[in-house]
Design a protein around this ligand. Sequence first.
Ligand SMILES: *Cc1c(COP(=O)(O)O)cnc(C)c1O
Length: 392
Amino acid sequence: MIWKLRMSNDINTHLKKLQFRTRIAIQSNKNGLIKINNTKYINFSSNDYLGLSNDERIIRAWKQGADQYGIGSCGSSFITGYSKIHQSLEEELAEWMGYHKAILFISGFTANESVIMTLIKKRDQIFADRFSHASLLIPAHNSPGKLYRFAHNEINSLKRQYYSSNGRGTLILTEGVFSMDGDYSPLLPILNFSKKVKSLLLVDDAHGIGVLGGQGRGSCMNQGVKPDIITITFSKAFGVSGAAVLCNNDIAEYIIQFSKHIMFSTAMPAAQAYTIQQALKYIKQSDDLRSKLNNNIKYFLKKSRNLPLKLNNSLSAIQPIIIGDNEQATQLSSQLKLSGLWINAIRPPTVPIHQARLRITLNSIHTENDIDYLIEKLYELYNKQEKNRVCI
Ligand SMILES: *Cc1c(COP(=O)(O)O)cnc(C)c1O
């Protein structure tokens, strides 16, 4: 690849053969609307489930935090980067989630990578739901252990793979709410199996935290299970950025001692930790926003029942519509944009081949009018597209 990058003509030809993706520079993303090239769209692609990324109280916290603690943490946690604010946020998170320890990370991707890279040694084995997020699958694949990917949400597939393996230690990976499918993992049977075979279970709850369960404590609380390790992110419902890993004292101490991501990376700014602490306060109190989101999900499901399109049986805020064909999904997404609706098309390899989709994400800011408009446009554009396809 480096060789190709040095021959600039080659790289363009090489990239064009792949699925070319572009980053779009947005002007603003506020109150459910996203502004791009001076045009506003209703944002149906945001992970800001409760609209907290523009919450005045949390913005104020960020400013106050910056005034009080400065903006950079100026060192890793072992040098001078770890402050009283980090410590109190970790304690509060651990108590909220019912774990001995919470360890802060700069992002969810880093948190997952750190845990997997630190815990997995040669002759260990990892069983991951095959639809798991890249931040789980990539470090698992690159680890010295052996990775098995079991069929999505199929406990029997997990069991079969486990009983035909012979590794020393076992780690099972899954998500609370699957990011591209929106469905929930059957956490209770997975946890029971994990206990039975003395495995560790890590649940990545990036999309469940803040949204599901009492006080927004997420998928595990919602399903009444306590896995060995939970990863939560502050980049979605919390509306900020950063992540934490929740676990018992032994696992936490091991991670703190041996994680290269903690040792050799600058800690989260204290002002950010302070902001997350304030966001946590509002997350705990936000049953009203969670019920608004739930009402929107119910409303969307009711209204979309008659669509000629395939929904994914998801009950969460993530509502993918499976289109199948890459080109058709991309075209539909572009046409929806012309109608003022921002919905990204998700194509392979992010999702399995022939399963390109429109990934609709609902939030608490959407109104019933927004949803009506979305359904109407989906119906209209899809029918028009189908008619054209038949003509060709
Ligand atoms: C978004 C996401 C992550 C990564 O979190 P960041 O804080 O954005 O790095 C990890 N896991 C899942 C399932 C996600 O959806």
